[in-house]
Ligand binder design. Structure first.
Ligand code: NAP
Length: 247
């Protein structure tokens, strides 16, 4: 077990990639707080899985785009765990429209969760990481932030913003025992990708050299690698897990 004694929070852990990351961290021995915003039943199911693995869990509801709500959640998690070693900023949404049809609300909604959410969550936990001279922050970006995409100007901008934030923070915090990295998945079999029309999915598959979408567990394994001692010398990286879609 690579993470015995560690405490972690995964945002957006009720479904998809976040769920796989939360369970992956618990399988390696970490206690894990499960953040979600509305899907309590799904979050409870992840919490139960963590408990079954013999780890402590916390159900940590908060809208990460809302700073006061995120601050409240952090106090709850720190009260339960005492401190936080690992923060995985995974919560994300999309609201796809061509730019001409994209209104300000669609822009703000995606930037609020995907970019402000990373600021908010990191802000509320970083001081206690600095105090303990240890922390592991992993931000889930996307291949779309690297290459852009038709109908995703808001989503691509949010993810490119998170990638740049990651590198800046990695430089600021390297001397304080904290590593900050990003993981950029390609297309992963989750609700987000399954919502893409089948014809478009087929076109996407043709562009992926490995010929399939990723499984959420394949992203989770990379998170475990980066936050465990195996990843101690990695900071400021953006690790691509995209089946060769971008190389
Ligand atoms: P998903 O299946 O749609 O799940 C989204 C998760 O985020 C849910 O747990 C949801 O909670 C939570 N969430 C949404 N808004 C939130 C908010 N305001 N505050 C807190 N939590 C919130 O998404 P996914 O496909 O696993 O994606 C996870 C991350 O990977 C996202 O950052 C996404 O951009 C990124 N990513 C995904 C893919 C892909 O192909 N799927 C590719 C590259 C990057 P509720 O259940 O309560 O709604």
């Amino acid at each position: 077990m690579k993470l015995t004694g560690r405490t972690a929070l995964v945002t957006g852990a009720s479904r998809g990639i976040g769920r796989a990351i939360a369970i992956g961290l618990a399988e390696e021995g970490a206690d894990v707080a499960v953040n979600y915003v509305s899907n309590e039943v799904a979050a409870q199911e992840v919490f139960d899985q963590i408990a079954k693995l013999g780890r402590r869990g916390v159900l940590a509801r908060a809208d990460v785009g809302d700073y006061p709500d995120t601050y409240r959640m952090a106090q709850q998690v720190l009260k339960e765990f005492g401190h936080l070693d690992i923060l995985v900023n995974n919560a994300g949404v999309n609201d796809d429209k061509t730019f001409v049809k994209m209104d300000h609300a669609a822009w703000r909604k995606v930037l609020s969760v995907n970019l402000d959410g990373v600021f908010n969550c990191t802000k509320v936990f970083v001081e206690q990481m600095i105090g303990r001279q240890f922390g592991r922050v992993v931000n889930i970006t996307s291949v779309i932030g690297q290459i852009g995409n038709f109908g995703q100007a808001n989503y691509a901008a949010s993810k490119a913003g998170v990638a740049a934030f990651t590198k800046s923070l990695a430089k600021e915090l390297a001397g304080k025992g904290i590593t900050v990295n990003a993981i950029a998945p390609g297309f992963v079999e989750t609700d987000m990708v399954m919502a893409i029309p089948e014809k478009v999915q087929a076109r996407l598959l043709q562009q992926i050299p490995l010929g399939r979408f990723a499984r959420a567990e394949e992203v989770a394994r990379a998170v475990v690698y980066i936050v465990s001692a195996d990843g101690d010398y990695i900071t400021g990286a953006e690790l691509s897990i995209n089946g060769g879609l971008l190389m």
